[in-house]
Design a protein around this ligand. Structure first.
Ligand code: BTN
Length: 266
């Protein structure tokens, strides 16, 4: 299905990125992984519709064709220090949060890859690594609920919202995408030039659930209750675990069952 399509190519004057807009792809992450060798750095693959959108932990990512944003951005990681590569997901979440703030909204980052507004998910990020010959690429996939509303959001098995629900009007997706790509590339340049310090402080300001009782599930799906104390210098979470004491978490996720209890400070 992917092969026959010719994308619309959008490259605004002076932009570092190029957008390739497709009508229908299985998954923009899967597509970009297959084609990263033939595409320039900072290529963004945008699909109006995904037939097999994927999230973390093999979940399905559903979005409404023509309404939401589903895209993947290719980041050149070959010369990026190994330890900074794990921070890519978080800087993407920060970028989405900063974009939303530009519209007067108050987003929170649910470590490491979700962006929430009043406890409801508006965006999720799936970052994968592709390696070819000597080169390493970050495939940064972002799903963003933009103009979907009502039933399509309530069908999602976690509390969800969209830009339109929050702003009470529709939003032009291309404009949003261009702004978001600028912010991500800017944060990425800060990361490669001066490390994680600056981005870390910005994420910390927006970190959801800090000092709140939460349930954390690790990659083996084992659950632990405890409190997030801090975001460590390297982007791992400092967690006060009821069972194991103070530990650092570098993967896994905060369970969504606790979201209803999340009250952002006034
Ligand atoms: C998550 O919340 O677990 C991450 C969701 C990531 C979804 C995006 S949509 C664009 C890109 N293509 C995919 O198949 N997945 C990501």
């Amino acid at each position: 299905m992917n092969k026959e399509q010719k994308p619309e190519i959008i490259k605004p004057d002076g932009a570092t990125y190029t957008i390739y807009k497709y009508n229908k792809l299985d998954s923009t992450n899967a597509f970009l992984k297959q084609h990263c060798l033939t595409l320039p750095d900072f290529s963004a693959i945008w699909a109006n519709e995904q037939t097999h959108g994927r999230g973390r932990f093999d979940r399905v990512w559903n979005s409404v064709p023509g309404q939401d944003l589903t895209f993947s951005l290719m980041l050149p990681l070959t010369s990026l220090e190994q330890k900074l590569r794990q921070n890519i997901t978080q800087i993407a979440a920060l970028s989405v949060a900063q974009l939303l703030e530009g519209y007067g909204l108050k987003p929170y980052v649910k470590w490491p890859n979700d962006v929430l507004i009043q406890g409801k998910k508006i965006s999720g990020i799936l970052c994968e690594i592709a390696e070819s010959n000597e080169n390493v690429y970050g495939i940064l996939g972002i799903g963003f609920n933009v103009n979907s509303m009502g039933k399509s959001l309530s069908c999602i098995d976690i509390p969800a919202t969209s830009f339109r629900c929050e702003l009470h009007h529709t939003v032009e997706r291309l404009e949003l995408l261009k702004k978001l790509l600028e912010i991500i590339i800017n944060c990425f340049n800060v990361l490669r030039q001066s490390g994680f310090t600056h981005n870390r402080l910005e994420i910390k300001k927006r970190l959801a659930f800090i000092n709140e009782q939460i349930i954390f599930t690790d990659v083996k799906r084992d659950a632990y209750s405890g409190k997030i104390i801090d975001l460590n210098d390297d982007g791992t979470l400092l967690f006060e675990c009821e069972k194991h004491g103070i530990i650092s978490l570098n993967s896994g996720e905060i369970a969504f069952t606790q979201i209803e209890r999340f009250c952002p400070p006034e």
